[in-house]
Design a binder for this molecule. Structure first.
Ligand code: KG4
Ligand code: ZN
Length: 379
């Protein structure tokens, strides 16, 4: 069949888009948020969010204690058109005024990914716009650039419901993994322990709220993972088992608040210890020293505080995205799409949905022993 979509030439796109502002629609449907956003990327690299709409499906899944893929996909189908229309209205633009469309193509729940990917491609085709298939993790990786000037390269701690990784980010599409989880992701640990404590879904924010009422979290001794190892890998399953066991023995609200505090402290400490090792390693290769944290767990105040202190001790600047862009959103997808468009990295219109899509593919293939940590409620 003849392909009338002729905007996928990378050279042509790169030439056309190198020196102008780019206004891009982003679409995100990889888990339980139906989101759309319009972001304008200036030639100097600064980004302005013109609109960002997020429809959360939390209520649809709460009764099940986690995300149900089929319910998620159906809800995306029902919501995506309206969410996208609202974001265009708020941005004060028509689809024809866009320079491109970016949609999450993975990793994530494939049913949901296909809804947003199909919708994004349809807009691009109908309006003759270039289309970018965006890696959801690359979206998290650039999310801090939505709120501040963050130059490449930087060291990234990506902590979400499905992922826990340390990455050297040299630029869009140019990242290497320094460490990852060997079992659960950090957000997954928050969610599962919160569930064992009867806190409901999503567990991270609920556990943080409960921890605020703690008197003395240090009375609970929780295991410290991979202590003898010198690498930058993470492990949370021992903590999850120990905390869940303790949770069954507690009787008072104060006990539960103290356990929540102990869990939050243990997770924050592990994230900071591994980031500290990664900073030492990274500093051997780079002059510019910035630690960026991204992903849903970056919304946790305790985690931010401990990371900021650790970064300061190493002489690193510390940057976290604005709260609204820590958890899943489409502004980060629009920005990743715009940055790719600027580089001429346009996708083919038949770009597939990829339920698994590591950022550092070479490392993931060479090191299959490491699981990707995508078993959590958000995965
Ligand atoms: O980035 P995100 O929205 O989705 C994924 O791509 O996974 O991250 C969601 C995860 C959930 O595990 C949630 O419990 C966790 O981020 N999270 C938090 C907080 N807010 C969200 N964890 C700890 N403290 C929070 N305040
Ligand atoms: Zn995410």
């Amino acid at each position: 069949m003849e392909n009338s979509y002729d905007l996928s030439s990378e050279a042509a796109a790169g030439k056309a888009f190198s020196d102008q502002s780019l206004t891009v629609l982003g679409i995100e449907t990889s888990c339980d948020e139906t989101a759309a956003s319009v972001v304008r990327l200036s030639p100097d690299g600064s980004a302005e969010v013109l609109s960002s709409i997020i429809h959360s499906q939390i209520e649809d899944h709460q009764a099940y204690g986690g995300v149900v893929p089929e319910i998620a996909a159906r809800s995306h189908v029902e919501m995506i058109e309206g969410v996208a229309a609202r974001t265009m209205t708020e941005a004060g633009l028509g689809y024809g005024e866009l320079d491109g469309v970016g949609a999450t193509a993975g990793p994530g729940l494939v049913g949901g990914v296909m809804v947003g990917l199909g919708f994004g491609k349809a807009v691009a085709l109908a309006r003759g716009l270039p289309f970018v298939a965006v890696n959801h993790l690359e979206g998290h990786a650039v999310s801090a650039r939505l709120g501040a000037r963050v130059d490449y390269p930087f060291l990234l701690l990506l902590v979400s419901g499905g992922h826990c990784q340390l990455l050297e980010v040299r630029g869009i599409g140019d990242m290497s993994r320094l460490g990852t989880t060997i079992d659960d992701a950090a957000g997954e640990a928050f969610d599962k322990i919160a569930k064992a404590m009867g806190l409901g879904y999503p567990g991270g924010p609920a556990l943080e709220r409960l921890a605020a009422a703690a008197c003395d979290g240090s009375r609970f001794e929780l295991p410290r993972a991979l202590l003898g190892r010198k690498d930058c890998d993470f492990s949370f399953s021992g903590l999850k088992t120990a905390a869940s066991r303790i949770a069954q023995t507690l009787t008072s609200d104060q006990d539960r608040a103290d356990l929540a505090d102990a869990v939050q402290t243990a997770i924050a400490r592990q994230l900071s210890e591994r980031s500290d090792r990664a900073m030492a390693d990274y500093a051997e290769r780079h002059q510019a020293r910035t630690l960026v944290v991204a992903g849903g767990v970056a919304a946790n105040g305790s985690v931010r505080r401990v990371l900021e202190e650790t970064a300061a001790r190493r002489g690193f600047g510390f940057i976290a995205p604005p709260m609204a862009y820590c958890t899943d959103n489409a502004a980060m997808i629009a920005l990743a799409g715009a940055e790719r468009l600027r580089l001429g990295l346009v996708s083919d219109i038949d770009a597939p949905a990829r339920p698994r899509w590591p950022l550092d593919e070479a490392r993931a293939i060479a090191d299959p022993v490491h699981r990707t940590g995508r078993k959590g409620a958000k995965a």
